[in-house]
Design a protein around this ligand. Structure first.
Ligand SMILES: *[C@@H]1O[C@H](CO)[C@@H](O)[C@H](O)[C@H]1NC(C)=O
Ligand SMILES: *[C@@H]1O[C@H](CO)[C@@H](O)[C@H](O)[C@H]1NC(C)=O
Ligand SMILES: *[C@@H]1O[C@H](CO)[C@@H](O)[C@H](O)[C@H]1NC(C)=O
Length: 194
């Protein structure tokens, strides 16, 4: 039978050769995945509240459509177009005219998601191009019941100058052509960011 000393020696040799297999619990290992940092270390100082106002041009008809119908429930006729999915790259402008100053694009998806009214699930990025906001984005996910006066959609986040954004967007239809389905929608967005 081996003495205690021999067992210790054997254990020491085993540990020396297999130390890379033994889970090591150290601060260094923990901080590699997750750590607490100060807001200042990311240059974050005071939170600001910003209001953006612009017009959204949803062109569904004609050769220059910026909203394309990529899917629909062909076997299930519905007065609300339930199941229709559109991908959009809609122009955003400063004024209601499509010829007014461009400020960005609305890129994303909307889907007709109600069987009782025309209500869209909107999943969009507002990608801004104007001035200092060029390249900054806001992400919106919400319910848009298009025949209601004012629809409110949550702003879930943002990028660039709009990092850490949270707030809401209000959408009001300015014009809707019921034949072509083309629409101009006014957006007011209120959100906190740094
Ligand atoms: C589509 O866009 C082209 C290029 O900008 C323009 O010349 C044409 O008039 C537009 N067509 C319509 C129907 O708006
Ligand atoms: C926005 O930034 C892009 C890339 O840097 C640049 O090509 C473009 O001209 C800028 N647009 C405006 C309106 O400043
Ligand atoms: C809707 O669009 C059609 C086709 O372009 C046009 O003839 C009609 O005048 C438009 N209706 C309104 C109210 O603008």
């Amino acid at each position: 039978m081996a003495s205690h000393l021999e067992w210790f020696a054997l254990l020491a040799i085993l540990m020396a050769h297999s130390s890379h297999l033994i889970p090591v619990k150290s601060e260094a290992a923990a901080s590699a995945f997750s750590r607490t940092i100060s807001p200042e270390s990311l240059g974050l100082r005071r939170e600001k509240l910003t209001h953006l106002h612009f017009y959204f041009h949803d062109i569904v008809s004609g050769p220059n459509a910026t909203a394309v119908n990529v899917a629909q429930a062909s076997n299930r006729p519905s007065p609300t177009d339930f199941g229709a999915v559109f991908v959009i790259d809609d122009l955003l402008t400063e004024g209601p005219s499509p010829k007014s100053r461009p400020v960005g694009r609305a890129q994303g998806i909307y889907a007709s998601a109600s069987q009782t009214e025309v209500a869209l699930l909107m999943a969009l990025n507002f990608v801004f191009t104007a001035g200092k906001y060029n390249g900054s984005t806001l992400s919106v996910l919400g319910w848009n019941s298009i025949f209601r006066g004012v629809r409110e959609l949550p702003v879930l986040g943002g990028s660039g100058l709009f990092r850490f954004a949270r707030g809401y967007a209000q959408a009001r239809t300015v014009t809707l052509n019921l034949t072509t389905k083309d629409a101009i929608v006014e957006y007011n967005i209120y959100f906190f960011h740094y």
